[in-house]
Design a protein around this ligand. Sequence first.
Ligand code: HDD
Length: 748
Amino acid sequence: SKPVKAAKKAVAKTAEKVADALRAEVPGAPGSAPATLEEPTTPREPLPPKPEQGAPQTRTPTGAETGAPPTDNGQQGAFLTTAQGARLRDTDHSLKAGPRGPVLLQDHHLREKITHFDHERIPERVVHARGAGAHGTFTGYGTATKLSRAGFLKKNKETPVFVRFSTVLGSRGSADTVRDTRGFATKFYTDEGTFDLVGNNIPVFFIQDAIKFPDIIHAGKPHPDREIPQAQSAHDTFWDFVSLHTEAQHHTIWNMSDRGIPRSYRTMEGFGVHTFRLVNDAGETVLVKFHWKPKLGVHSLVWEEAQLAAGVDPDFHRRDLYDAIESGAYPEWELGVQVFPDTPEETFAGIDLLDPTKFVPEELAPVQPIGTMVLDRTPTNYHAEVEQVAFHLGHLVPGIDVTNDPLLQGRLFSYLDTQLTRLGGPNFHQIPINRPHAPVNDMLRDGMHQHAVHGGVAPYHPNSLDGGNPSEAGDAETAFVDVPVTVTEAPKIRQNPASFDDHYSQVRLFWLSMTPVEQEHIISAYTFELAKCYEQAIKQRQLLSLANVDPVLCQRVATGLGLPAPEPTVPLAEVTPSPVLSQLGQTWPGDGRTIGIVVDPDGDLDDLEAVRGAVFAAGMVPLVIAPHGGKVGGVAVQRTFAATRSVEFDAVLLAGAPLPAPDALPARDAKAGGSATVDPRVLLLVEECWRHAKAVGAWGAGATVLRETGVADTPGVVTAKTGEEAFAAVHELLAAHRVWERFPAPVA
Ligand code: HDD
């Protein structure tokens, strides 16, 4: 119509004018035509698909062809179509009765587009809703073949894996760095079926029986009346639960320790928590506990840093995992097992192996390495992979079996059940991320979202119509056989074994295994969390539990809360500390760490290139921080003062003392002890790094900043003649993760 044509013409004219103006503004190239942007709606040849973007599977899990061409989904096809494949002329305008008229109900494309959008979200996980994932490979060492017949543990056998890390309490959009347990779930796509190891970064659990799981989660989640707080355990209902169910005290002290705020998913241990049973070719069994040991060591944030990161970069851990993999610093873990004889008592060194609130100190049963896992590929699509992945402890392979741990037994029910709601029916195993890599030949039929087109007439066993297939596999065909464990004759009863009543000895063991700095962090964490509770009775009840762990811990937290420290109600346990539980005292590689380099555009930048080179050569990531974007000293600026914060960096180098920019925050009054010679944002950066015990290095005019912040000549703060020397010193300090001596000496 005429008005539409006129409007189009006017728009085109304006666009031409804007383009002319832009051309004139291109610095250094007056009049030269800028590279024209391709018109995005013009049909063109499909982009080459990424290998992992393989579009919809053309085969069903049972091998039937769906007939779908490999590139009819995703954005790589030339023409937009409806879901039924009809090409579309226009996707930007609803079908209307005239340009100003009402929208017509018959507009199928409009309704299809909006309806599909309306249903894009699926229910988030009831726990572990927020997660990040990555693909990789597990390689067996062969050291476990004498213990287990599982094929993926054989020497040099490579098995694809998908790992999902998560927080437990927060919603899908919550922050990464909150104090919480982290999930560590691994799907091994083995040739003998999928094996899921669904663990956490803490080796013990809150409860001893799965029947209490809804209770602990209801207590940890936000209050039902106000729906606050989000992703926090620092509230009344959580502490009400753990002080009433004292079996939760062990898991809780791990949460209050630095383990509750990991530096990165890459620097977390993983634990299968429960005891599993392995069976070898000869039918011999052992009991084991699974451990993932990170190659980079176990490292954490400090609390203030974690709180800052939750606001400054809520995706801190997700980003760290993605950036590390994309930059080639592939995270790596060694899988190991603690091995125990499979005796009828199912105990080791007096520790009940069926009690998930207990762990076995590594000094008593060393972790024996059985394979290694490298994560080297980020997800292509978060919804398809990270959101839809479905783990289950019942996904076992021949050679690995479960035990009678009552927590484990309940989990065996819960995971399948939850997927039915979350993924909308019983066929979630056909979703690409959940498809086994082993050939599937099941007789599960129909149901919502059935993707297979099963042939044949006899999906039952035995049958004579479909050639008797499929038939059952025997031992020779590596069938999964439940280990024929003897079940003792016993009355049907709702009761725990007596050993489950010890709720404090291992809490004390953990506490006494910590170094003074780590103990200080634990005291601060309890004090912070309990101070956030409103009910005095809950604080007092939790102090009673702490009294049974350690008098100093109890007294310090009580003082912080302004309450009297109670006397213990049980004798303090005699325990031998397990030094390996401490995160301090060793040195580790710094792969994938981030080094911020503050530059002064007017300063001496001669060393900048060399320093960046040295950081890269050390396997770390240098990020140049300057008052403005663009380039400084010929090097691209990656962070501006306005868009960064100390939490982004593991260490900071100062290559100058930038003066306050005209639009900077008000400079401090030098007479009042502040600095009028350095940009206040740089001072804040250095102050925070110092408070968070991070290494700080400076060369040239950078030393001015150290003097102005008052941190010069303190531990972990180095000045050097050249940039490379400054980095070398910082690199050495990073091996211990933090400058621990900067924390105040503990008060006895
Ligand atoms: Fe669980 C998810 C780990 C006890 C019920 N759990 C879930 C995830 C991890 C764990 C890592 C996230 C999986 C993913 O990324 O998709 N859970 C544990 C560990 C436990 C544990 C290490 C104790 C040793 N869980 C536990 C109990 C129950 C559940 C006792 C129920 C009785 N867990 C679930 C669940 C979830 C889940 C409701 C939510 C989403 C899902 O399963 O797929 O079924």
